[in-house]
Structure formats: structure tokens, C-alpha cells
Design a protein around this ligand. Sequence first.
Ligand code: T1G
Length: 678
Amino acid sequence: MTSPIRTERHDNVLVVISDNPPVNALGQAVRAGLKDAIEEAMSDDAIEAVVIRCDGRTFFAGADITEFGKPPVGPNLPETLDAMEASDKPVVAAIHGTALGGGCEVALACHYRVAVPSAKLGLPEVKLGLIPGAAGTQRLPRLVGAEAALPLVVGGNPISAKKAQGIGLVDEIVGEDSLEADAIAFAKSKIGQPVPRALEGTANEDGVRDPDLFDRFRASQARKIRGFDAPNAAIEAVKAAGTMSYAEGVKKERELFTELMSGTQSAAMRHYFFAERAANKIDDVPKDTPLIPVKKVGVIGAGTMGGGISMNFLSAGIPVTILEMSQDALDRGTGTMRKNYENTAKKGRMTADQVEQAMGLLTPTLSYDDLADCDLVIEAVYESMDVKKEVFGKLDEVVKQGAILASNTSYLDVNEIAAATQRPGYVVGMHFFSPANIMKLLEVVRGEKTRDDVLATVMKLSKTIGKVAAVSGVCPGFIGNRMLSKRQEQANALIMEGANYWEVDEVLLDFGFPMGPFQMGDLAGIDIGWHRDPSKVTTVREALCAVGRFGQKAGKGFYDYDEARQRTPSDEVKQIIADFAAKEGKEQREISKDEIRERLLYPMVNEGAKILEEGMAQRASDIDVVWINGYGWPLYTGGPMFWAQTIGLHTVVEGLDKHGLPVSNYMCERAAGSGKFD
Ligand code: T1G
């Protein structure tokens, strides 16, 4: 098999080129080829400098993640990089695309780095539950200092070539279309000079001079890294670069890396990496299905959902015509959209020009006729089948043939909605999650008659608007809400049996969720859907509404809130619940946190198994993608289905049995068999 690495001589410069699509991952053949190329350069006196670059869309984008968990095959990356850095001939990294992880570490082991303006550099290992494992945590701080290194290593987000140049990670920004030539010229200009080695760098004094730097940084990231192991390890590794010799620091990095690699969090986050990519694929829709061009989008409803949905397209540069029933509703909706953009601009995440650009693509209207030439229309109207059918009937009359008609319904039957039109093939569900301009999840609901090109187009479009899409079949609640209803059932039952509602929330918080069901209720508003009759009390929620406990917005719901919206449990609510339980003759008992956790989470896994058995989800990993992106299931467990496999499906089955909860046949089969869903 030919090596993915080749070399070309340009006078006295050897250009080492990697051609390993799709992202020049540093698999075994690439590492071996790099090692051979460096040896070739070192052994030939005619070669006085080396340039390393990649063909295709990007410089090395990291180690080959598919090799993880398999027996290592040499040469390993650290050795290859040490040989490169030991060279006395200048070695220049020529960077385009995304130099990530091991790719950034290759660049760090080079003596110089040049990059095109559009290039990005980063160390995203923490997003895989790891830390850099080829001396990146030791070279980077020595080159740019601990203060600049920490966000890169601990946050894992890439930075632009310009920013990289600003901190000293990139030496020169070269022409977007002349990378190789400029890199060769740069290399020639360094011949005869002593080569700078990152490992000998002294920029890391801030790490030594200001030992509190690391604790301050850790505290600043507390909310984001809660529950994750890798970020803390990353901080320790960067700290070691300031307190240990290079050799000892590399050893420390290796220890931390090895421990993480063998842990459940990295396995879960590597699972998620591939799960997110798999979710965008529809097994029975050919990859080359022609896409429907979407140049203009229509949105019906300018409320919270309609406005948020519109913003996704406007921010991606796609014009939106937004329809409401009254000018007042239209003005309120578009006003809210502008305010949201302006708030984002205030946080520095977009410029004022970008706000105007986005809003400039918005066309408000009161007339369905203005939707006639849209390629995609998404309705985000009141969640009533009658209203949806009426809307789709009108769309069927007005919108051009071949356009996609999508419903943002969160649980209604998309087949029934499609039947309200003469074009059911063009009807699909696009279930956004509130706030729709922020939440990444998009459930794409495939009707019985939904066409392949419609599905392929919506899946591609989801990436364009920065969403993570997963396909669901038509069933009440689709994937996410269907499983959520099982958790809610148990949450309500538990507080009737004596569990304190704040303990239920705490169990989910401790598990890694951003909040529990009762906190969530207070945030969303207890009075959503309330009949407004305080004399009619048949549920705990109605009892809370009857005494004005509408949630955070009222200063009290399940919890009492102070001005800073800090919550405290309420004796009044505790009594309301106790009265209800007494009325229903529910015996009260102490309920352990283990029982609470098992009764909240195991029925969700069981419902996920039923969703798989019914073919409502393509694969178990899609269910993980839904729950991580739509409901905050902690990424470091890999999602409900991966987590269940990690703790053992038999454990889930035994737990359900122990609490007298239903167990699906599929769940039992899988537990008794492979112990895996897919
Ligand atoms: N290894 C193996 N396959 C990879 C890969 C990788 N590092 N990166 C991407 N792919 C596959 C991906 O699965 C998909 O496959 C295809 O390439 C296109 O990817 C030693 C230990 C580079 C920004 O974490 O962030 O280095 O689905 O759909 O949207 O210290 O891929 O087509 O079959 O994502 O244009 C660190 C991970 C590894 C970078 C491109 N590196 N990759 O995004 O395409 S750990 C990363 C990405 C490490 C060292 C440590 C993105 C991208 P398929 P894609 P994209």
C-alpha cells in the first residue's frame, strides 16, 4: 500500500506532504511516513530545510480516533515529533484548514509555523475526554505562556491563525493561495540560523511567577467543566510545564493521558464524536440523493419558537419571510429577534453590521401569498392538530410545487398533518428545541410518505444552520419528549410517595444534568397551559397556580426565589404535596437517592429500547445525540443508551424489576444477549 506521505525537493528544501483524506488524521502510516521523511532530510546534506504540509482540506486534524482503544502500532507520535524537533535543519509547518490535536502538536514540534489566514489551530482533546498526548501540554506553554495556553488546552476550542500569531503560536500569516511557495521561502530564510525549539521556550514564566493562575482559571471554568475529568487533568498538565523539566512534564502528561484514555468518560465522548456524525446519515436514503435548493425560507408564527427558528436561517445568511396574523404580533416578534441579536452583539459574539445583515434578510408579512416562492416553509403555530391542518391546507394552496412544508410540532402526528395536503411527500417534521436559536438539537420527523430528497435536504440544511439533527419516526413525543414523559411520570410519583421534590432535582443535578424537573418547571413557568381557575384544583401544579406559584417569573413556584433568583425549597409546597398524597391515600416513606436515580433514568432507557424496537430511531446512538443536545444529558456519560451499556443493561433490567417498573422485551433480549443496543 502506498504511503500517504510523499516528499518533493524544491532546491535545498524538502517538502513533506501528507495525503490522507478526509482530514489527514495521524494514523500509523502517516506517522511512519513522517518519520521516514525526517530521516531522509537529516541524512541528505543537499537538504538544508524542511516544510511539512498536507493535501486536501486540512493540515493534520489530529490522531486517528479510530485507532483509539486498539493495541498501539508504532512509531508513536511523541517519538516522531521528538526526532523532528531534534533536527538542526529548520522544519516549518505549513498550515491550512484546522491543525487540531496531534496536528497542532506536529506544528508545535516544528521549529516554525506559517499559516494561511483562514487556518485554525486547536487542542480539542478535552472534547474527547482526553488531553494532548504528544507533548502539546508541555511545548505550548513554553512557546506562548501558561495564560495563553490554558484556554486552548482546557477549553478545546480552536483559534484563528491571526489570534495564534498574536500569542506566538504562528510565526507568519502567508497568502491564502500560496501556502507552499511562501512556506518554502520562509524556510529558506531560516537556513543557517540556530533553530528555535518549543521545548526550550521560556514563555512559561507566568505559570511560575503567578501560581494562583491555575486555580483562578479553574474557578472561572467551574460551571462549564463540572463533572468532566479531562479539563482538570489539562490544567495539571499545563501547570507541570511550569514546575517540571520538559522530560518530567512529558511523563506527567503521559500519566494523565493514559488514565483518561482508560476511563469511561473518554470512551463515552469518543462514542459521541462518531454518534453525532452518524446521526446525520439516513441508512436507507442514498448518499447521492439530489438536494432541493433552499434559497428562501418561510416561517409561520413570530412567537418564541417562530422567531428563534427564523434566526437560525438569518444567521446562516438565508432570507426568511415571517408570517403572523396581526401587525402587533408581527412587530413584537421581529422586535424580539432584533433584541436577541443585539444582546449577542453586546456579548461580543457578533458585530453590529452582522445584526443588520441578519435582520436585513427578514421580511415580515401578514399575507400567505408572500410565502408562494419559498423553498421551505416551517410552521410554528399553536400546538393543535386543527390549527396545524388549517395552516397546511393554506400552504398547499399557496406555496409553489416542490417546496418543503415542515411542522415544528413537538409531538403531533406528522402523517395526519401531511394528509391535510395534496403533497404528503413534501411534508416533514422539524422539531426545534426552545430557545430555537440556541439549542443545537433538531428532531427531523420522517412521515410515512416523506420523500428522500426532502429528508436529505433537511439533514444537509441542519448542518448549514449549525444544528445536530436526528431522524425520528412518527410517534407521540418522537424520541426526546417520549422518553422525557417517562422520567416526569416517575418524578411526579416519587414526590407523592415521600421523596422531597428538591431531592429529585438534586439527583439529576448530581448526575450531571443542568437542572431537575421541578427547577425546569419553575424556569419554563408552572402556569403554562393552566386553565386559570383557582377553584379547580386536581393536580399539584394546579394547586401551585391557585396560590400564584407560577415559577421563577412570579418569584415562587416549587421553590421560593430571592432577587438573585437563588432558590430555596418551600414549606408551603411541601405541605401542598403532602395534602395531595394524603388525599390520594399514598403511603409516605423515606426514598433513597439511588432509588430516585434508578426510577428517573432506567424507564427512559427502557423507552429508548422500545423506540429502537419500533424503528422510531435509526440507531441507539441517535437517541444519545437527542438527549445530549436537547436535554443536557451529561456528555461524559455518552447519552442514555451508551450510559446504560456502560453500567450494564442487566443492571437496568434488574433495577426496573426491583421497582416494579415495566421492562420491554427488547431490553431483556439485549441485556441477556450482547449487552449492547446496536
Ligand atoms: N480521526 C479519525 N476520523 C476523523 C477524525 C479523526 N481525528 N476527524 C474527523 N474524522 C472523520 C469523521 O469521522 C468523518 O468521517 C470525516 O472525518 C469528516 O469529519 C495525540 C490524542 C477536522 C473539524 O478531535 O473536529 O489528536 O463520517 O464530518 O465537519 O494529542 O472532523 O465522513 O466517515 O467532522 O468538516 C484530536 C476531530 C484527536 C479533531 C472537520 N482531533 N475532528 O470537520 O468533517 S485526539 C480532533 C474534527 C488527538 C493527540 C490526541 C472535525 C474537523 P465520515 P467531519 P467537518
